[in-house]
Each structure stands twice: as structure tokens, then as C-alpha cells.
Ligand binder design. Structure first.
Ligand code: TXA
Ligand code: MG
Length: 351
């Protein structure tokens, strides 16, 4: 077993995508490895090495009551970590995996308790990112991993962000380029007669409902059942927050929002109207509201997907630029817009 990164002065290996075997070697020997997925970067350990799993919580500063997602290279591996797979879970995995969907299933008793924060369930996901899949196959073991940010901060969506969060705290960082979706996976609790979404993501409720027909797919917080908040520990913790204060505004209400933030160095995120995005070739336009010399930074997203993809990186860029206020436009709720609105509200401290 290799030494653990107890101090923040650990030597971290920075590996390119073709070095996925080497990254897997660190993990198999009990190390911590940051790896790419199509959603955000993960901070992985062998799910069956309890000490390695414990060290994830230390590296992140994560509360021990928040369970981890177990990542697998293919559907046939689910029985290595789950005690059973209900028929509707199987339908969902067949339709949406590999991809950004995590299902909460009954766990196998052999799985170390730390991986699931002592819960009787386990979160299972089969990522689609090609480098991730090669890495997971080379690991040859289920990989327990939260997002690779320090607890409470935005998740890293490229290797440079992951490096800023985890350099010196992990054994290796595997670079797989920028993440496609940029927001964490959909997390859904599988019950006998219904599915309860605990966290919105790129696999939407409508998409799942389309596959399941009569089995209801419930929205987060749509019921006030106390068992559900116990089943959804992640929702109790602060999340996705940049250092700057975040204030949200509805489309078309930017000037009012700017007036309120007067005196602050402000980062502004807007969503371009469809025709404006087309007129500029869909490119990202940077203008300075208030003219030259303004202390504001503007980021115009060309689509809701682009907004999701770039949200966390933009938060970090604005933090680095010294913004003390971020004004962010609320996107429409369709498609990944639901997940984006959820992360924006959390960043703004609204839930
Ligand atoms: O896209 C993603 O899901 C990324 C990549 C790395 O896969 N991972 C990720 O992990 O976002 P994390 O730990 O940051 O978020 C996992 C969420 C948490 O809110 C956690 O509480 C919930 O999933 N979760 C995990 N296992 C659970 C379980 N057994 N029961 C209920 N919620 C669970
Ligand atoms: Mg996270």
C-alpha cells in the first residue's frame, strides 16, 4: 500500500489520457486518483479498500455522513456492489447507461460501510467518458468517487480545475479534457413502486418517465416524507458555491440586477437569445456592460447546454478575477435547464 496524502504536500502525478493504466495502478495499490467523467471530475478509490475510501473524505474535507457513488465500467458489474436490481432500474440503466445517471439500489453487505456512509443502499453509475471507461476497466474493481472538489465548492470540469482543488492531496490526476455536461449526474432513488429524483442532471425526469410509463418519477422535494431526506444526505450539505456572492436574475432583468450590485466587482452570466447566438456563429461574446473601464466581466452562454458545460469554470474564473458578486441569469427549465437552475439556486444559497 502506498503512502496516503495526509499532508497537502503529497507529490501528485499528472497523467495524460494515454496513461490511464498507470492511473489505475495507483488506485489498485490503495491510492487516490482524480479521473475524468462526462459530468465532472471524480476523486476515486477502490470501493473495496476501506482505508482508501476513508482517505477520500480526508482529501475533500467531506462530512462522513455523505455517501459516495460507485463507478462501474458496465451494467454487468452492478451485482458486484448491489444486492438486487429492480426491473425498472434495469430498464433505466439499459436506456441511459453508459451516461450521467446514478441509481440508488440496495447494497451488498461486503461493500465497506464508508463508501455508502453506513446506508443500506449504494449509488451506482456507469460513466460514458471514453478515458474514464478505459481507466475503470484497468482498475478491475468498482471505484468509489465523489466529485473532485474540496467540500462545498464547485465541481471541477477540466483537469486544470481538478489540479487546483486536489494537487498535493491525491496520488494522481488523469487528464481527460473538459467534461461534456459540466453538471453532476442525475441521482435517483429506486423504490418498488416509484422513482424519486434526489438530484437533477442531464438525464431528466421526463426522459426517465418516457421509459417507465406508469411508474411515477417524482421531483426532488416533491414530497415531505422524512425518510426521503434521510435517504438523500447530499441535499443536507452546502454545495456548488463560488467564493463570490451569487445573485440570480430572470431573463431581461439584467439592468435591475446590476443596479443592485453597484460598487461591487461583478461577474455577469447571461444566456444569449437563440437568434443572437446564430448571428454570432454561436460564438462566445464578451462585452463590458457600462462601457470601457467598467469593473464588470460578462460571459454570454450560447445555449443552455453551453451554460451547464461552462458554469463551474466560469464561477472559478470570476473568483480568480476578484469578483465579489456574480449575477447569473436563470435559464428556462427544459432539458438540462432543470439541473442548471437547481445548481444556480444552491450557489445563491436559496436551498
Ligand atoms: O456526476 C457525478 O455524479 C459525479 C461524478 C464524479 O460521477 N459524482 C458526484 O459525486 O457528483 P458527489 O459525491 O459529489 O455527489 C453524489 C451525490 C451526493 O448528493 C450523495 O449524497 C448522493 O449522490 N448519494 C450517493 N450515494 C447515495 C445513497 N446511497 N443514497 C442517497 N444518496 C446518495
Ligand atoms: Mg460533489
Amino acid at each position: 500500500v502506498i503512502s496516503r496524502p495526509a499532508s497537502p504536500h503529497h507529490k501528485t502525478a499528472h497523467l495524460t489520457a494515454s496513461d490511464y493504466q498507470k492511473a489505475a495502478g495507483y488506485l489498485r495499490r490503495g491510492g487516490l486518483v482524480v479521473f475524468p467523467t462526462e459530468t465532472v471530475y471524480g476523486l476515486g478509490a477502490d470501493a473495496f479498500q476501506a482505508d482508501a475510501v476513508d482517505s477520500i473524505f480526508a482529501a475533500k474535507g467531506r462530512p462522513a455522513d455523505n455517501p459516495l457513488i460507485v463507478h462501474l465500467p458496465e451494467v454487468s458489474w452492478i451485482e458486484r456492489v448491489a444486492a438486487s436490481v429492480p426491473a425498472h432500474a434495469e430498464l433505466l440503466f439499459r436506456r441511459f447507461s453508459p451516461g450521467p445517471l446514478t441509481l440508488i439500489l440496495p447494497r451488498l453487505p461486503e461493500l465497506p460501510a464508508a463508501a455508502t456512509a453506513g446506508l443500506p443502499t449504494v449509488g451506482v453509475r456507469i460513466p460514458s467518458h471514453p478515458v474514464c471507461r478505459k481507466f475503470l476497466i484497468a482498475c478491475g474493481t468498482p471505484v468509489a468517487a465523489p466529485s473532485a472538489n474540496r467540500s462545498g465548492r464547485p465541481s471541477p470540469t477540466d483537469a486544470a480545475m481538478a489540479r487546483r482543488e486536489m494537487d498535493g492531496r491525491v496520488h494522481a490526476i488523469l487528464d481527460g479534457g473538459p467534461c461534456e455536461h459540466g453538471l453532476e449526474s442525475t441521482v435517483a432513488l429506486v423504490e418498488e413502486r416509484r422513482i424519486v429524483v434526489l438530484r437533477e442532471g442531464a438525464v431528466t425526469r421526463e426522459m426517465m418517465q418516457g421509459v417507465l410509463g406508469r411508474i411515477p418519477v417524482l421531483a426532488p422535494n416533491s414530497t415531505a416524507e422524512p425518510e426521503l431526506s434521510a435517504a438523500s444526505p447530499g441535499t443536507r450539505h452546502a454545495h456548488y458555491k463560488p467564493a463570490a456572492r451569487v445573485v440570480l436574475f430572470e431573463a431581461g432583468r439584467l439592468s435591475a440586477a446590476l443596479a443592485e450590485g453597484e460598487g461591487s466587482r461583478t461577474g455577469v452570466i447571461t444566456l444569449m437569445k437563440r437568434d443572437a447566438a446564430a448571428a454570432t456563429g454561436g460564438g462566445r461574446e464578451t462585452q463590458v456592460p457600462g462601457g470601457p473601464g467598467s469593473r464588470h466581466l460578462l460571459r454570454s452562454m450560447k445555449s443552455v447546454e453551453d451554460y451547464a458545460h461552462s458554469l463551474y469554470r466560469t464561477f472559478v474564473e470570476f473568483d480568480h478575477a476578484g469578483c465579489d458578486l456574480i449575477l447569473a441569469e436563470l435559464p428556462p427549465a427544459g432539458g438540462i435547464g432543470a439541473a442548471l437552475r437547481d445548481r444556480l439556486r444552491r450557489a445563491a444559497g436559496q436551498e
